[in-house]
Ligand binder design. Structure first.
Ligand code: PGA
Length: 220
């Protein structure tokens, strides 16, 4: 039985008080016994430190992921969050999310540098692609397949097609593959049951602790 990786991507949502409420809610509803998935949260960078302390205080087995990373190492780059700053806080870094490509014009050259910085710091890059033919830089450890039509639309891909795409990806890159795009508690298991899918990248449904927990419980 595989141990699925379930990542909640909060995108640019929540202030500090909402982050605290979310963790309290999660802690209250956390199930008895072992949770069979690896659970990861990707909040805005500004919340990583406080979230890590809150999770520790509540003894919740939840890891963290950065939503983005600088192309630069430590230095005179005002406003940047470097990979070395993330060490000790996160295990994973999202690179190439379609929203970063679309709204911040992140080119393949930029994404390659972000993967390099992530890899060099000993963190794992989760590289998002929306189609099977997209190029994937060296050093990527996990791939997330997120078709554009499914992100935030309420229209997920079919588990069968996502499985097919994941299989095609794995022929070239033998890495775990996640599916993302309008994942809700009711359909989470349909994806996880597919042979080539190793986890889920969850946006909207991770914003409430109860929905996120329902996904975790449904896939276990
Ligand atoms: P969604 O987002 O679950 O809200 O569709 C997924 C993602 O963008 O990672």
């Amino acid at each position: 039985m595989k141990r699925p990786l379930i990542i909640g991507n909060w995108k640019a949502h929540k202030d500090v008080s909402l982050v605290k409420l979310w963790v309290e809610d999660l802690a209250q509803k956390w199930p008895q016994g072992e949770v069979k998935a690896e659970i990861v949260l990707a909040p805005a960078a500004i919340h990583l430190a406080v979230l890590s302390q809150l999770l520790l205080a509540k003894n919740l087995p939840v890891k963290l992921c950065a939503q983005d990373v600088s192309i630069f190492p430590e230095g005179a780059y005002t406003g940047e969050v470097t990979a070395s700053m993330l060490v000790g806080l996160v295990d994973y870094v999202l690179v190439g999310h379609s929203e970063r490509r679309k709204y911040f014009n992140e080119s393949e050259e930029i994404l390659k540098k972000k993967v390099e910085e992530t890899y060099r710091s000993g963190l794992k890059a989760i590289y998002c692609i929306s189609e099977v033919g997209m190029s994937i830089p060296m050093g990527v450890e996990i791939i997330a397949y997120e078709p554009l039509f499914s992100i935030g639309s309420g229209k997920p891909d079919t588990p069968k097609n996502a499985d097919f795409v994941a299989g095609e990806i794995k022929k070239k890159y033998p890495t775990p593959v996640l599916y993302g795009g309008s994942v809700k508690p009711e359909i989470a298991k349909d994806f996880i049951q597919m042979q080539n899918l190793d986890g889920l990248l969850v946006g909207g449904a991770s914003l409430t602790a109860s929905d996120f927990l329902a996904i975790i419980q449904n896939v276990a």
